[in-house]
Design a protein around this ligand. Structure first.
Ligand SMILES: Cc1cc2nc3c(=O)[nH]c(=O)nc-3n(C[C@H](O)[C@H](O)[C@H](O)COP(=O)(O)O)c2cc1C
Length: 337
């Protein structure tokens, strides 16, 4: 049984927070497929305390997304504490602190991964958040700012001393961005350094890779980000694999199109037709991966201006496939179109 503060989990495959991707609509689909925990996209503490409308939208959630964490990003302990009190009132299951964001706009303000290079400031912020809420506080971090300064074991111990209840570790430095391979060995080192749960993250795309990460590092759970895009079944398939050793077949194209349509419907409810049609595009390569004419359909979809037009394209495509049997290629394998 995995425990994060008072929370207990029977499974151990988390959905990573992804800005612009893991909104309420997508979190619902991932929870339906068994994701252990979902998180908001990163929310900036200054926006929260100013009641910024866009920030409030990012934090909204439905009961289906629980267990659900709201992720905070900031550099001022006082502002972070105020934001934490406001977020606590929204009733998430946990509060997560972003110590990994590599984006200049964030790091220039000494937030996100920049805090890894300033352990005292980091500890001040994390302690302020822990003291401002009764909820479990977790962090998501990279292994360091760069190769020269990284000290992930020390950072993790310091965070544990501040009262953090788990650490999700994206096994790259800030300097690496998303290049190269995530260094899973460091996940093992951090696991050895602390007694709170460590959630490994970085480059888990296929169900088998979750098993490999758990075995290789001894981490308590895995977290999947990019591998979930247009592919919420990564959770159910990974959970089945961890339990039985067999990877279930991915869903057929009709289930995938049906899910894309449901995803679109949820997004329309939350954001309106035009925004939904724009934002779901990042998921479409995943939903249509490996299917006949997927490239053409994606192009047609790119011409659409709203969810209704997009829906028509997807329904027409499903009709075409029904008229002629679809390919047997599996999503998650390289696209052939
Ligand atoms: C488009 C995108 C947006 C991201 N947004 C966030 C974020 O808001 N908060 C965060 O902690 N990490 C964010 N990340 C990092 C991911 O959560 C994750 O650590 C990283 O993608 C590595 O995991 P993966 O290989 O499973 O994708 C983002 C990554 C991507 C690609």
């Amino acid at each position: 049984m995995l425990k994060i503060g008072p929370l207990e989990f029977n499974t151990r495959v988390f959905l990573a927070p992804l800005c612009g991707i893991t909104d309420s609509a997508f979190r619902r689909l991932c929870r339906r497929e068994g994701a252990t925990v979902t998180y908001s996209e990163m929310t900036v503490s200054d926006g929260i305390i100013r009641n910024n409308l866009n920030t409030s939208r990012l934090m909204r959630f439905t009961e289906q997304e629980r267990p659900y964490g709201i992720q905070l990003c900031g550099s001022d302990p006082e502002v972070m504490a105020r934001a934490t009190r406001m977020v606590t009132d929204l009733g998430p299951d946990l509060i997560d602190i972003n110590l990994g964001c590599p984006v200049r706009k964030v790091t220039d303000r000494k937030a996100g991964s920049a805090l890894l290079a300033e352990p005292d400031r980091m500890a001040g912020i994390v302690s302020a958040v822990v003291q401002a809420t009764h909820l479990p506080v977790t962090v998501k971090m990279r292994i360091g700012w760069d190769d020269k300064t990284k000290a992930p074991g020390d950072t993790a111990r310091r965070l544990e001393d501040c009262g953090v209840k788990s650490i999700a570790l994206h096994a790259r430095t800030r300097a690496q961005g998303f290049a190269g391979r995530a260094d899973w060995d460091v996940i093992g080192e951090v696991k050895q350094a602390v007694s709170i749960p460590v959630i490994g993250n970085g480059d888990v795309i296929q169900p088998e890779e979750s098993r490999r990460m758990l075995d290789q590092t001894g981490c308590d759970a895995v977290m999947i980000g990019r591998g979930s895009m247009g592919n919420p079944w990564i959770f159910s398939r990974t959970l089945a694999y961890l339990e039985t050793g067999e990877v279930p077949a991915p869903p057929d194209v009709f289930t995938r199109i049906e899910t894309a349509l449901l995803h679109l419907e949820y997004m329309v409810e939350d954001k309106g037709s035009e925004v939904a049609a724009r934002e779901i595009r990042k998921h479409l390569p995943g939903y249509l991966k490996g299917e006949r004419d997927a490239h053409r359909v994606r192009n047609e979809i790119h011409q659409t201006k709203n969810a209704e037009e997009m829906r028509d394209v997807l329904l027409r495509y499903a009709d075409e496939l029904r008229a002629a049997p679809p390919s047997m290629e599996r999503p998650g394998e390289p696209a052939t179109t």
